[in-house]
Structure formats: structure tokens, C-alpha cells
Design a protein around this ligand. Sequence first.
Ligand code: AHR
Length: 525
Amino acid sequence: AGADARIEVFLDETIGHISPDIYGHFTEHIGGVVYDGIWVGEDSKIPHQRGIRSALVEHMRQIKAPVIRWPGGCFADSYDWRDGIGPAAKRPRRTNFWEVDGDLARLKEKGAQVFEPNSFGTDEFMRFCKLCGAEAYLAANLRSLPALVFDQWVEYCNSPVGSTTLAEMRAANGSAAPYGVRFWGVGNESWGCGGNFDPKDYASEFRRFTTWIPRYGVDLQLIGSGPSDNDTDWTHAFFDQIFSGPHAYHNDQFAGWSIHHYSFGFMRDKATGKVEQSDALQFDRDGWYNLLNDCASLETIMNDHWATMEPYDPQHHVKLVVDEYGPWHREGTELDPTHLFGQQITVRDALGTALTLDVFNRNAEKILLATNAQLINNINALFLAHEDRFVATPNFYVFAMYAAHQGADAVRADFAAPNIQYTANGKQANLWSVNGSASRKGNTLTITVVNTELDRPMETQVALRGASAKEAKAETLASSDMHAHNTFADPQTVMTKNLSCSITQGGVALTLPPASVNRLAIELT
Ligand code: AHR
């Protein structure tokens, strides 16, 4: 009684195992992600490990990065993996879809690298994964290459030395040991840049691309190109073609169905009356809540798709894969003009990322993996880098806090707190003030909680059902300035700090600062 928010945790009600893979990252050949972000080159003065930025690797290890998706995105469906292997000097230069789509003349003017040099290919990417301690998730080109070239990419990555010519090539390129890549995306956004298919035609292509892929003893996890946002028609028509009738498809390796959900925070500008994508740094109270609500809507999208898939796959062999998500702001805050889709990351984005990770934890039984778009110098980045400068954004600290959930069992937690009213596009809207997720690993209970209230600290009581607290520690990422972000000059403006909490009869009490992401670690008796 008397608290602003209550969290009731039911320790005996397990939702599902939280796969570490839902804490993954996405990297695409676009703007400053690969070149300038990950890859600084083997002759660089910037600290690197054979061309790969050392500071990035060190930070990836700190957050226990489990899986990294590459090479796209839309880029994947124009990419030929064969261009990116072998001696660097002999690799061809190719058109990069994004630089062209992003207006060649304008990019040239900005000094952007307008062609893909292929300096960073499969072997460099696999080395990056290994340095980070992460698994690879490769996206195959279904739009502009035949299925055989996909088979051969699997063969290059996974066939043992002594078996195929491609295995010998891989060994000559530095890795005698097979890479054992499990996760394969079969196309990307096949409703759009990945071929403009209708769902039935995509389903036929998917059948062709995924039948009889060489396994080499690897438990392949094939991921179909699912909808944008809540397009359940796409999902319904695909699953109908795949799983219905006398010619239904059987393939245990079909393990995931991808969903892309970007939060554009569209709002009517009060001055101009035009509906605009959000700005990374300039927004008001309504813009704060509107963007966070957009992020939170992913839970409905996941639930709707889960329900759409159920009649076709009642055991849910195919799980959800959210391999592109995050707030996507309009251009103008990129660090360098050549960083297409680069944007600043404020504490608002950190809350959007945290509440998304809570959605994943709360739906642990439904989700195979997830990758935030994108890792560095891009949409919802954890890092910004340019030449020799590097900074961790508030999103990095969120991933560091939430790493405690990896591999734990999600348990039911009910959050009770007042809703917040705001106005978006001329309408009243509301969003919860406090929400989060809980997981248990042995005797440790981790609770992560987001407080979206901009001005109000929330006194919170945590009630434990099924165990009691022996010890509790809390930390918070918060700012009194909703626009706060980290820069090269001020890299620690937004970062994690300790938060006080106390053990009460039946649980724990703490006060969540306004605009905050919080983690509570409770030792149970
Ligand atoms: O992340 C940027 C782009 O957004 C990706 O290439 C594409 O899949 C999506 O439309």
C-alpha cells in the first residue's frame, strides 16, 4: 500500500527459457556500419585486430554478444558471397545497393564510399564473430542468385577439410576448421527490397531454397522472411502455401520466421501540421511517449503473428525471429555525412530498447532470436565511431544490464502502475508508466524495469511469491534531461549507476528515477 507501482513476481510460473540469442545484433554493408565502424583496415593506426576495431570487440565481449547477423538487410539480396573471399587485392568492386538507392550523386558529393570494395567478406565476418564470442547469422541472397549459390555458401562455411573444394578454399583463406554456421536467413524483406514477391511466390522460392541444403552435421536453423510490422496477411498466405494440402512442406530445419519492426515515431508537427518521422534529438513530451509506445507495440505484433501461425504449426516448431527493430529517426544527426542512417542515441532510445528486450523476455517461449538494428553508426546503434574515435551509446549500457537475463528462465511478473496520458497526431493516447520482465537463474532473480515517467520518481514495491529475498542490489540508467546522449567529447553523460533498494517483508522496495531503465538482482532463499 502507498507505493506508486507494484511488481508481483511468481517464481513458480516459468514462461520459458530466455535464449541468449535474443540479445543479438545486426550489421549491414551500409553507411558507416562495416567500413569505419567494424572494419578499420589491416594497415590502420587505430587499434585493431587484423583490421577489426579493437574497442568494438572489447565492448561486445562485455555484453556477451551472442549472435551477429550479416551482411544485410537489403544489401544481402544483392550480395554474392564469392566476391568477398580470397586475397583482398583481387576482390571485385561492386555496386552497393544502399549507396545507389541513397542517391549516388549526393553521396559522392558527401565523399561517401559509393562502391562495395569487398574488403570485409565471410572470413573477416567470421573472425569478427569469433573475437566477440558470438555466433554468426548469415542472410542468403534469394532475389538475385540461384539456390545453388546458397548451397555453396553453406558448403564453404560448414564442410570439413578433406571433403569439398570449397572447404579447401576456406582453409587456404585462413580457417581449416569449419565455421559451423547454424543460422541462415532465406532472403530478407522478400515483400520489398528482397524481390517484391507476393507471399505465395515467396513461399515457392523458400521451398526451393531450403530443400536439400547440405548439412555437414550442423543443426541448421533456417529463417523465413516474415512481415513488416503487423502484416499478418503475408504470414497467413505464406504458411498456408507451405503447410496446407497434400503437398505440405516438411523440413525440421525451418526454425524461425522473421519480423521487422522499426519505430519511426511519426507525429504531426505542431508548427507545420505535417506528419514527420521523429528527430533523434529534438522532441517534446508527446514525442517521448509516442516513440516509446511505438516500440511497445511490438508485443501485439508478436502475439498476432504467433496466433496466425498456430493453426498451421500447432506445436510451434517455427518460432519468431525479430531480426530488425529499434527507433529509426530522420537524418541529420549522423556523425559523418557518409554514415547513411547514422543517428544519435538518447536516453529515450535506451528506454525503447530496454522495453523491447522486456517484451522478448516476457514472450521467451515464442522467440528464437533477435538482432537489434544496427550495431554501430546506424539506426539504433550501441556504438558510434569515426576514424579513431569511439563511444558507447546509452543502448550499450542497456545491453550490459540485460545480459543477466541470458540463459535464465523467464518467470511471470505482473506490473501494476498508472498509465500516462499524452497527445499524438491530434488524439489522446496512453502508455504504461512502469513495466518490465523477470527471470530466474538458480537462486538469482533478475528484474528489469523501465519507468517512462518523465518527471516522477516511482516508489515501487516488489512482492515475491514462492521465495524470499536474502540480498538485493539495483542499478539504473537515467537522466533528468530526456535528450541526454553520449558524445566523443562527453562519453559518460548517460551510463549505469548504483541505485539504493531495501529488503522488505515479502520482497524489495526501491524508487525508480524518472526516465529510467533499472535492474534489480535479488538473491533468493
Ligand atoms: O536496417 C536498414 C534496412 O531496413 C535493412 O536493410 C532492411 O532490411 C530494412 O528495410
